[in-house]
Design a protein around this ligand. Structure first.
Ligand SMILES: [Zn+2]
Length: 206
């Protein structure tokens, strides 16, 4: 029997932001699964007054050589503005988010609400863990936000995690403190892709 096609993960640079005096990248991630192409988070749509103090320099997916039509499924790790800005491109496609996150995002001051509920955008609201595709699970990982989730990719060896902002920088996984960070470490992942780091985090070698 041929070996199953591997699942591949590709980071896509969509912006950088000024945080603490430094430029911090923003990535979306494409997961190519044999059954579907999954996009995890969607970046920033446009410059917006609500985000002006972070001085975004943006490369929206809609302006890149990126085949929007080839995406079958979208996952939002959470709905802060730098993760859901281009959800509008995926109207009519399933967008998976935790229900708790969606409710928080619709409250005042949480995000840019018109980017969440853009015309035609519909959500698959989850109440906990969900097997999206064989070997690909969505797992609640609260901390950075209460409704945060991560994508866990089974590889046959140690899992790979697409973690969004479960950790904003490597130090938060080196010394985990939130429920979500502790959960990710307990998975003993091979590596963890994060939204705001250029390279994946890897566990320290002893
Ligand atoms: Zn965030």
């Amino acid at each position: 029997m041929p070996a199953p096609a591997p699942i591949t993960i590709t980071p896509i640079f969509v912006a950088d932001l000024l945080a603490g005096g430094k430029r911090m990248p923003v990535y979306a991630h494409v997961i190519d699964h044999p059954d579907a192409r999954v996009l995890v988070d969607t970046g920033i749509k446009e410059l917006h007054p609500a985000a002006a103090d972070l001085d975004p320099r943006i490369r929206p997916l809609s302006t890149q050589d990126f085949d929007v039509g080839a995406v079958d499924i979208v996952v939002n790790t959470h709905l802060h503005f730098d993760h859901c800005g281009e959800n509008h491109l995926f109207a009519g496609k399933p967008i998976y988010v935790q229900r708790r996150e969606l409710e928080d995002a619709r409250a005042d001051g949480y995000t840019i609400p018109e980017w969440v509920d853009a015309p035609g955008v519909t959500y698959e609201a989850l109440d906990g863990e969900h097997e999206l595709l064989p070997g690909l699970r969505l797992v609640p990982a609260p901390g950075h936000s209460d409704g945060m989730q991560v994508v866990v990719v089974e590889t046959g060896r140690r899992p790979i995690v697409v973690g969004g902002d479960v950790a904003v920088w490597f130090g938060e996984l080196d010394e985990p403190s939130t429920e979500g960070q502790l959960l990710v470490r307990a998975l003993e992942p091979e590596l963890v892709w994060l939204t705001h780091e250029h390279e994946p985090w890897r566990p320290p070698t002893v």
